[in-house]
Design a protein around this ligand. Structure first.
Ligand code: ADE
Length: 259
């Protein structure tokens, strides 16, 4: 999967891209991340890309020309060595913005299914509205709060997507059990309840050695060796955790269901 990040601050990403899973995925050729400095498309000799808003008001606005021209140029960029041809089709344009649809696991699955994403990061007071009119990006917010720019949000999108790329996680199955994931439906709960919705549940609790620490023991069922019982316990726990912490994810019927 290919990510093109369009930003005024490409340096922000260097630590993140050089670490852990992401680096592994890049080294293995499963992920390709290219950074593009929007200032390169400035028409100003000082590389300015922002200006004061018409009508007055605080802050600076990212100008329409450099942003639109940067996106158009990146969409047309030549194939990089090792990049799959389908990844060089025009990418799906995502703009990180607090007014976008709020990111959740379903949207992550949708985005991770695209061969190529362009992630457009804003700064200052926002973009000239004509950027939206012309480019019609898929606006994505990572929550109801305002960041200084879209860079941290772009990292969140990349981080969540790469977990779903086959081969990036060591254990192929491990993202399937993630909270909110497609395979963690309440509808797949077979613990006796009549749950029928397709809500996504929180992940069940996990334990590792030691079996006892300061009087806190690992649940007996997990060391029983009975895989059927373990699977059942985990489904129940997923439901109970969701009911306790995020009952908004359950239907009214599910909330009152005695598991
Ligand atoms: N840019 C500023 N705030 C943001 C948010 N909450 N989500 C995505 N991009 C943003």
């Amino acid at each position: 999967m290919r990510f093109d990040i369009l930003t005024l601050f490409p340096g922000i990403f260097s630590g993140y891209l050089g670490q852990s899973l992401l680096k592994k995925g890049i080294d293995a050729g499963l992920i390709d991340v290219q950074l593009h400095d929007i200032r390169r498309w400035s028409r100003d000799k000082h590389h300015k890309v922002d200006d004061r808003p018409f009508g007055g008001g605080p802050g600076m606005i990212l100008q329409v020309e450099p942003v639109v021209e940067c996106v158009e140029a990146v969409q047309q960029m030549a194939q990089h060595e090792g990049t799959q041809p389908q990844e060089m089709q025009a990418g799906h344009l995502v703009m990180l913005s607090p007014r976008g649809r709020t990111l959740n696991q379903k949207i992550v699955e949708e985005l991770a299914g695209k061969p190529r994403l362009l992630l457009l990061c804003g700064r200052y007071e926002g973009f000239d509205e004509r950027v939206f009119d012309i480019l019609q990006p898929d606006e994505i917010s990572i929550g109801d709060y305002v960041l200084n720019g879209g860079e941290a949000a772009a990292m969140v999108v990349i981080d969540a997507c790469v977990r779903l790329i086959p081969g990036v996680l060591g254990d192929e199955e491990s993202s399937q059990h993630d909270s909110f994931s497609r395979s963690n439906f309440s509808g797949s709960n077979s613990s006796g309840g009549n749950l029928s919705s397709s809500n996504r549940l929180l992940e069940f609790p996990q334990y590792s050695r030691p079996r006892e620490f300061r009087g806190h023991e690992v649940p007996e069922v997990l060391v029983s060796g009975n895989h059927e019982q373990i699977a059942r316990w985990r489904r129940e726990q997923s439901y109970l955790q969701t009911r306790k912490r995020r009952s908004d994810l359950l239907t009214d019927d599910e909330k009152s269901n005695d598991q």
